[in-house]
Design a protein. Sequence first.
Length: 131
Amino acid sequence: MIRLCTLTAALLFLNACSSDYYYYDHGKKVRLTRLHETTTIGDKPVTWYKRPDGKRVGVRNELIVQCRKGVDCPKHLAKYHPKSVSPLSDTLWLIGTASQHRLFEIANQLRHDPDIRLAEPNLVRKKYLRR
């Protein structure tokens, strides 16, 4: 009985430590593994993750969002309690979140919102030269 309790506690601990980070890229679910590496670009922290294809992506606490035509985007986004909402263009908005956990949570909620056309983390990718 003690072994079963110990095993159960260990499994629960491991499950709690392995957060389920993912986002949608062109409609496909992309799971991320956190690398526990943080850098800064300008004054903004970037947390690094690895995609299943091995590529590294950095994530800021920001989302890029596009609402459907006729939707007052800033007003609609207020119900998600963003830290900030800034226009990038006439149709795109940069949404700031308080934390990485909240970033993925909001991105995935927005993806299922019928008034939202696009909601993706503001990813930082390593620059490559084209040949």
